[in-house]
Design a protein around this ligand. Structure first.
Ligand SMILES: *Cc1c(COP(=O)(O)O)cnc(C)c1O
Length: 958
């Protein structure tokens, strides 16, 4: 027993008091340290009056009165009851699947997995990096291509990424991309949205008749096709290669367990969804898409790639590879704008393969195929025309003029089918399809059960049957018992630092509480089981959540219309810029194509601008971190009537409320441009100021930052785009669902009509439980916490930027460059040493190289804030010892951090400092110690020796 005094019991409180870390006493102490009497005073001093509706006053929010956790869950339960989950045989890229309970509870519902951040700090991310490596290995094996990335956002955007990849590598700089007509409607629609601004000419053709006579840089064909037909893609691939074009195959991951792989058939790139590997449909998402490429294209891969490197002891260790391709480094020259991807879902899909192993997956696929064959035989036996002769799981059935009737009859019997056209019904079997379902569907067609002895032999073309093994790595064989898999999941989770162990003070990422009550509804079958193209009257509850959120987010941001379709912030940026593009074009101002972006902007901004067909001009910042108004004026003048937009983050990426923002907006508007405010920092504004009111035209928000969707180790995310009325006609829409957006819209930016609808209950619950007062208090506490931390750190580390009254917004940038110069200790050394102290590092070198950006959020209580500050102060003392010679400049606890238990307990400890100093620099660590599983990782080694699949167990020695 500890002899600390027991704290006084807290009185019964509202949810907001549990979401917000500091209680009233702690808040008072923090306010005193910062020098303000109340959080309202602090806000009035920190925010420029120009962004407020009234001087010194918060923005009133018209939101429902908040309710507690139990009541919110009861409301969600009632909404869930308004959904009706029928048996889904719609297919079209979404299939019902059984999430193994051991994966549901221990990954999807486990904060150790879902509250983790993107694995930029590899030493504290070895668990999820291994899980992602499993995913990559699984995709590489099944696609027959050597290098697979660690997930993309969905199949349709992955196809679009493959298209732009093919164009990047085309030496002839051609502009035509050919797409087979038999691809999913949403894939084609997203390709169109993405092709148009880039000047890519999409040619859609029936490729079973050969490649049309066009000079294309790439070709995309689906395998099996959307109609279900399994065609040999070799003729298309060979024709593409003859013309020096890249062949992209969009492939069904389950079908690949039985079919020859795209790689074997010659494809350069394979893309697809891994949803049906144990990830619920969730009315459209989130799910992990995949992309795999042949040797030679790995440097062109969009999104993240996990690779193997070595740590300080020479042991294999995982980390993100080839990061210099990515938007945060390459900006407008990046391979894509993808930042947040779909890590949690990739982990689930990879674990599904670990759970089932190759034999289990093959058995599932064979069962799915057999059910489909039974259906085909039953229909044919009844004289119904089945159009698909070679199939895996999907059929097209011809019922002249009766298709709608059949679909309705099936629905009355509890099964959703796909209405392909007035004469054609589509249906797909999946892992959950039973013989009873087959009989029900036959009845809907007016057919009998398959007569005994009906031919249900394989309908896979003989020369496409797979004879190459897959998943022979031991990880896909050793966890067949649930005990073993449970312990494997636990072992991996234990290697990582997530929010369930420590604050994650990452600037710009807003790693706040993901409350359990917010998370609960996500795995309810009434939400998780809905197909994205199920009739809307079966999804009333979820549609209500969509509409509520649209309304509430519009109210919070001061905009007029919101689309929830973009499935990450980057995609919201793209959608918002498309809206600007559409607006200019509607006014005959095609020539407006320049996007001004401050040098301090997040890398996605520039990458998104390029995707939206814009040219990027960088605007300088002054020494105070603010947009340099003189430079802005000059750039606006230079750009003239080609100015499309200014893209700016508010509060700035420097963590301050720039006082000139309204002036900036005015200058851009006067020149005929539109203002895009990157809303990633909305956590500093909610309830106080509204971008739609203080001059911006469009913003994206990150529900996985401000609105409590967990980061999932690097996704999922939701990046709604919010616009003022004049841009509303140009929001995303969807071909399968007129309700998803304006008919005048830009087309879909994601595969599903409402994006990752399955996780919207999280943000809905947050707003519902916080209400106006709670949300405003969250903002105030976030700003208070940042200023408290800045105030306490300032004597040890200079705070680089401050705004009005010397205050920061919700995060602060501390400068390490001076210390580095004097002592040789870099911000990298500090972040690694923080691991020994049990902390996840702050954001490193963004927006300024050689700095750290700290965002504590409102959810951390005073004790945790102090624990972090104390660690930083102790590290500063260690740096001082390096400076005064007390520590060797090279052999010191900072340079050698993090210290593994193995290194600390080795018999030959040769360092000039003690083991105790290395392991327990602060007394509190004796009770609560995180042990880094690997030492510092050599980044360059891994990029020179690229390995992106599971290494053999021998690599780890004994
Ligand atoms: C996080 C972030 C983004 C990108 O959002 P994703 O959801 O990761 O795509 C863009 N801008 C800023 C300032 C951010 O912090």
């Amino acid at each position: 027993m500890s002899d600390r005094p027991t704290p006084a019991p807290r009185p019964a409180t509202e949810f907001a008091d549990r979401h917000i870390g500091p209680d009233a006493d702690e808040r008072a102490a923090m306010l005193e340290a910062v020098g303000y009497a109340s959080t309202a005073d602090l806000m009035a001093a920190a925010l420029p009056d120009s962004i407020l509706s009234a001087p010194g006053a918060p923005a009133p929010l018209d939101l429902p009165e908040p309710v507690g956790e139990a009541a919110a869950l009861a409301e969600l339960r009632a909404l869930a009851d308004r959904n009706r989950v029928l048996v889904s045989m719609i297919g079209q890229g979404y299939y019902d699947t059984v999430t193994p309970p051991v994966i549901r509870r221990n990954v999807l519902e486990n904060p150790a997995w879902y509250t983790a951040y993107t694995p930029y700090q590899p030493e504290i991310s070895q668990g999820r990096l291994e899980a992602l490596l499993n995913f990559q290995t699984m995709v590489a094996d099944l696609t027959g291509l050597p290098v697979a990335g660690a997930s993309l956002l969905d199949e349709a955007t992955a196809a679009a990424e493959a298209m732009t990849l093919a164009r990047r590598v085309d030496r002839k700089k051609r502009s035509v991309f050919v797409v087979d007509a038999d691809v999913f409607e949403q894939t084609l629609a997203v390709l169109r949205t993405r092709a148009e601004p880039l000047g890519i000419d999409l040619v859609v053709a029936d490729l079973s008749e050969g490649l049309p006579d066009v000079d294309a840089f790439g070709v995309l064909v689906q395998y099996p096709a959307a109609s279900g037909q399994v065609r040999d893609v070799r003729p298309v691939v060979e024709a593409a290669h003859e013309r020096d074009a890249l062949a992209v195959v969009a492939a069904d991951i389950l079908a690949l367990t039985l079919l020859r792989s795209p790689g074997e058939l010659g494809a350069d790139v394979a893309v697809g969804s891994t949803q049906r590997f144990g990830v619920p449909m969730g009315f459209g998402g989130p799910h992990a898409a995949y992309m795999a490429v042949r040797q030679g294209l790995q440097r062109q891969l969009p999104g993240r790639l996990v690779g193997v490197s070595v740590d300080a002891a020479g042991r294999p260790a995982y980390r993100l590879a080839l990061q210099t391709r990515e938007q945060h480094i390459r900006r407008e020259k990046a391979t894509s704008n993808i930042c947040t991807a779909q890590v949690l879902l990739a982990v689930m899909a990879g674990m599904y393969a670990v759970h089932h192993g190759p034999d289990g997956l093959r058995a599932i696929a064979e069962r799915v195929h057999r059910r489909t064959a039974e259906l085909a035989a039953g229909l044919r036996g009844a004289g119904v025309e089945v159009l698909t002769d070679s199939f895996f799981d999907t059929l097209r059935v011809r019922v002249p003029a009766r298709a709608a009737d059949v679909v309705r009859a099936a629905r009355d019997l509890g099964v959703n089918l796909f209405l392909a056209d007035a004469d054609t019904v589509g249906l797909s079997c999946d892992e959950t399809t039973t013989p009873e379902h087959v009989q029900t569907v036959l009845r809907a067609f007016g057919a009998q059960t398959p007569p005994d002895g009906a031919d249900v032999s394989s309908a896979l073309p003989a020369d496409l049957v797979r004879d190459v093994d897959y998943l022979d790595h031991p990880v896909f064989h050793t966890h067949r018992s649930e005990t073993s898999l449970l312990r494997y999941l636990r072992r991996l989770a234990d290697r990582d630092l997530a929010l369930d162990r420590t604050m994650i003070p990452l600037g710009s990422c807003t790693m706040k509480l993901n409350a359990t009550a917010e998370m609960e509804a996500v795995s309810w079958p009434a939400f998780a089981g809905l197909h994205p193209f199920a009739p809307l009257d079966q999804a009333e509850g979820l549609v209500r959540i969509v509409r509520d959120l649209e309304t509430w987010l519009a109210e919070i941001t001061g905009y007029d219309a919101v689309s929830l379709q973009p499935n990450a912030g980057s995609q919201g940026e793209f959608a918002g810029l498309l809206a600007i593009r559409g607006y200019h074009r509607s006014r005959g101002e095609q020539r407006r194509d320049v996007c001004l972006i401050p040098g301090s902007a997040h890398g996605t901004n520039a990458a998104s601008a390029v995707m939206a067909g814009m040219r990027v001009t960088v605007v300088a910042c002054d020494d105070g971190g603010n947009i340099d108004l003189d430079d802005l004026r000059a750039k606006i003048a230079d750009t003239g009537d080609e100015l499309a937009a200014l893209m700016v983050t508010y509060p700035s990426t420097h963590g301050v409320y720039e006082e000139t923002i309204t002036e900036v907006c005015r200058l851009v508007h006067e020149a005929g441009g539109q203002v895009y405010v990157d809303g990633a920092n909305l956590n500093a504004l909610v309830g106080w100021a509204r971008p739609g009111e203080f001059g911006a035209d469009v913003s994206h928000l990150n529900l996985h930052k401000t609105f409590c969707i967990p980061h999932g180790g690097g996704g999922p995310g939701v990046g709604p785009v919010a616009v003022r009325a004049h841009l509303a006609d140009f929001l995303p829409n969807h071909p399968a669902r007129t309700e998803a957006g304006p008919h005048t819209g830009a087309g879909p930016v994601a595969a599903a009509p409402f994006g990752s609808a399955g996780i919207l209950p999280i943000s809905w619950a947050y707003i519902r439980m916080m209400g106006e007062r709670g949300l405003r208090a969250a903002t105030e506490n976030a700003v208070l916490a940042a200023n408290y931390v800045a105030r306490r750190l300032a004597p040890y580390y200079p705070v680089l930027y401050t705004g009005p009254n010397g205050l920061v917004a919700h995060e602060c940038v501390i400068d390490i460059r001076g210390l580095h110069k004097r002592t040789g200790i870099s911000n990298d050394d500090i972040t690694k040493r923080l691991v020994d102290y049990g902390f996840h590092a702050p954001t490193m070198s963004f927006p300024v190289p050689g700095t750290l950006m700290v965002e504590p959020t409102e959810s951390e209580d005073l004790a945790e804030l102090d624990r972090f500050v104390d660690a930083m102060i102790a590290i500063r003392a260690e740096i001082d010892r390096v400076a005064d010679g007390g520590y060797d400049r090279e052999d010191n606890p900072l340079k050698n951090a993090p210290h593994t238990a193995e290194a600390l307990t080795a018999d030959d400890w040769k360092h000039a400092y003690s083991r105790e100093e290395a392991a327990y620099p602060l007394p509190g660590l004796r009770q609560n110690k995180y042990w880094a599983p690997v030492g510092r990782i050599d980044q360059a080694y891994g990029d020179r020796n690229l390995v992106c699949a599971c290494p053999p167990p021998e690599a780890f020695g004994d």
